[in-house]
Structure formats: structure tokens, C-alpha cells
Write a protein that binds this ligand. Structure first.
Ligand code: MG
Length: 388
């Protein structure tokens, strides 16, 4: 197998860390040619030195200027802003783009990389949730593979391997249930950002951790699963698996269920996706069956966690509704983190914004970005009123 050249957007985040761990463990198979981060240029410089990366993009303008003046990037080419992200995504030597930045700034670079025929290792949620129609159509037209890095979608990808689509009955996406899975509604009234930023099983960035606590993250993953695997929302089910050892399952028409298991570390999914159809060296402790292991399953409670229900509603409505769901949730979460919205109102803001914005079938990326902006404005008003 030829060494795969990677460009990593979001190299300084938690998916970036796990990706680099996998590269470190498989140096004869994986190579990093470009990295991008938001503003932590000192960490980018360290990564560039360790992996001998020639191309470094920095999203934030001020951080880019500081990086340039720092002298930390001798013999490396620096790229600035969104155009910089796009430029390194299109490096001729790159085979695969690891899209691991949070937010909408990954949209244009990734769509450009798809048109340029690069495979996409996908961790960014917004790409499929907002622009699934264009991402999947672009992938088909350019014969590009979309390799899911998220543990749930990678698990489904592994379970579906070699199976016929017509034999798939259901995709079953597991959820840890988040920090507040055992909270009563009463207890939910006084949740603080500090509490919500702790996850029982996974170490992840702040936005994803809060989204796990409301199950909005699971909602986003349901939407992504629809696009990745072409399965309608009626055939996607969510189940709480509190130990985070079963990462998702597929139920077939004959009633058989296949599951994927590993400890809760992103390295397993990343390693599989980047090295598929090969398998690489294990870079994390694997499951040890010489000790007792318990695995529980339970249905989610959408009464206490309405964000999950709103995600299914948005997916059934189709078009830009899932972009509206995402935008409203982002606004609500950032207000919660800033102490301006109670945790329990996050779902209200999402639900009311979905009602307030008329979704449409997008013809261009701009149609999506328009509804994204509209939803953000409406969600901000709704959140303002809800906090009073
Ligand atoms: Mg996940």
C-alpha cells in the first residue's frame, strides 16, 4: 500500500490529536503534508516539526500575522484565512482531506477538495447536516470516498461492509446519554456550563460535549447517517449505551444485528477510516475480555431530551431544515456557555426556530448559507426572549 498523504483541517483540536496519534503509530502508511488550525500557531509549529509538514494554514488573521513574525515556521509555507484552508486542501500531493474543523468554515474548502478528487475523512458535522445534498452529489460525480471519522458512522460503515443495501433493516446509532442522562427535569433546571462540559466517557471539544448533554449531537449524527448511508429517517434508531463500548449497530432484514465494539477512543474509528481497506497498528489499549464487561441498552427519553426529536423532525422536513436545526442549536449552545441561557431552554430555542423558519430545497450553497443566517438571527431573538 502506497503511503497516504493527508491534509488535516483542525490539526490542533481533539480529532486532530487522535489523527496524529494514528499517523505516529502507522508511519509507513500515513504521511501529513498539510495542517490547518484556528489560531494556536505554537501547537501547529510543534506538529509541523514533528511530522515535517511543509504547508500550514492559520484561519485567524491576527494569529497568522503573529505566526509569521514568530520565526517558528522556517522552511514552511504559511497560508491565511478561509482561502488558506482551501489552498492547502487542494495541494496536488494530498490524497485525503481530514475535515475536522468545527463549524461552517469547512464547507467551501471541503467542497473544493471533493471537486479536485480528494477523498474526504469526515469529522466535521456541518458538512453533511447543512450541505449533505451537495457533498454526496459531488462525491458521486468525482468518484470521491467520504470516509466517516465519527465513531458511530465508522461503526456502521464497518458493520455494512460486504452487505447488500436491500438487506439492511435499520441503522442503530448508540448514544452515551451524556452527562445528564439520569437527571430529573427538576435537576435539569439548574445545570451549569461547568457541569455540561464534563462528559462521562469521551474526551471531546466543548461544543460536542454540550451537544452530547442535550442529545443534539446524536440528532446531528442521525442526519449525517441519512446522507452517508442513504437510509430514510424511519429506518434510523437511537439507543442509549451508557458504557460507550458499542459504537453503533446494523439490524438486517433477517433480524440479525451486527455491532462494532472498542474502548471509547476516537483512534479506532480514525485508524479504520484512514487505512481502509487495510487495518493498521493499534495505538490505544484494546478491549480486554479477561475482565468482566457490562453492556446495557436502553431507549432514549425524548421527553427529557427533546433536541433528538427536533433533529428527526428537521430530517423529515428535509431541505434546509437540518441547517436551521444546526444553526439554532449553535446559537443556543453559545448563549448557554456564556451564561445567557439556561441549559433546559436550548431545546426550546431549537424547536421554536425550526417552526419560525420556512425550510426550502436548496439549489446552491448560498441558499443554505442564507437560511443558516436567517436561523441564527431568529434563534438569537428567541433565545433572548426565552432567557427573560
Ligand atoms: Mg459521535
Amino acid at each position: 500500500m502506497k503511503r497516504k498523504n493527508l491534509v488535516i483541517l483542525g490539526a490542533t483540536g481533539s480529532i486532530g490529536d487522535s489523527t496524529l496519534k494514528v499517523v505516529r503509530g502507522n508511519p509507513e502508511r500515513l504521511n501529513v503534508v498539510g495542517i490547518a488550525g484556528k489560531k494556536n500557531y505554537e501547537k501547529l509549529a510543534k506538529i509541523a516539526d514533528e511530522f515535517n509538514v511543509g504547508h500550514v494554514a492559520i484561519f485567524d488573521g491576527a494569529a497568522f500575522d503573529e505566526a509569521k513574525a514568530s520565526g517558528l515556521f522556517k522552511n514552511r509555507r504559511l497560508y491565511r484565512g478561509e482561502e488558506g484552508l482551501e489552498e492547502i486542501s487542494l495541494l496536488p500531493e494530498a490524497d485525503t482531506l481530514v475535515a475536522a474543523v468545527v463549524g461552517t468554515q469547512a464547507l467551501k474548502p471541503t467542497l473544493a477538495a471533493i471537486r479536485a478528487g480528494k477523498d474526504i475523512a469526515l469529522a466535521n458535522k456541518e458538512l453533511l447536516v447543512m450541505a449533505g445534498k451537495f457533498v454526496m452529489a459531488g462525491a458521486r460525480e468525482n468518484n470521491v470516498a467520504i470516509l466517516p471519522l465519527d465513531s458511530e458512522h465508522n461503526a456502521i460503515f464497518q458493520c455494512l461492509n460486504g452487505e447488500r443495501a436491500r438487506n439492511v433493516a435499520k441503522l442503530i446509532i448508540t448514544a452515551s446519554g451524556g452527562m445528564f442522562r439520569d437527571y430529573t427535569r427538576e435537576q435539569m433546571l439548574s445545570i451549569t456550563p461547568e457541569q455540561a462540559l464534563k462528559h462521562p466517557n469521551w474526551k471531546m471539544g466543548p461544543k460536542v460535549t454540550i451537544d452530547s448533554s442535550t442529545l443534539a449531537n446524536k440528532g446531528l449524527e442521525v442526519i449525517e447517517a441519512k446522507w452517508l448511508f442513504g437510509v430514510e429517517p424511519e429506518r434510523i434508531q437511537v439507543v442509549v449505551q451508557r458504557q460507550s463500548l458499542v459504537h453503533s449497530m446494523v439490524q438486517f432484514v433477517d433480524g440479525s444485528v451486527l455491532a462494532h465494539l472498542s474502548p471509547p477512543s476516537m483512534t479506532f474509528a480514525i485508524s479504520h477510516s484512514l487505512l481502509y481497506p487495510e487495518r493498521g497498528a493499534c495505538v490505544c489499549e484494546p478491549l480486554d475480555f479477561s475482565k468482566a464487561i457490562s453492556i446495557d441498552f436502553a431507549p432514549p427519553d425524548t421527553g427529557r431530551f427533546p433536541c433528538l426529536r427536533h433533529a428527526f423532525d428537521a430530517l423529515k422536513a428535509g431541505g434546509t431544515a437540518t441547517a436551521v436545526f444546526n444553526a439554532a442549536n449553535e446559537v443556543a449552545v453559545s448563549r448557554f456557555i456564556a451564561g445567557k441561557l439556561p441549559w433546559i431552554k436550548i431545546a426550546d430555542v431549537v424547536g421554536k426556530t425550526l417552526e419560525a423558519v420556512d425550510a426550502k430545497d436548496p439549489q446552491t450553497l448560498d441558499d443554505i448559507l442564507d437560511d443558516d443566517a436567517l436561523a441564527r438571527a431568529r434563534a438569537a431573538e428567541i433565545a433572548e426572549a426565552a432567557a427573560r
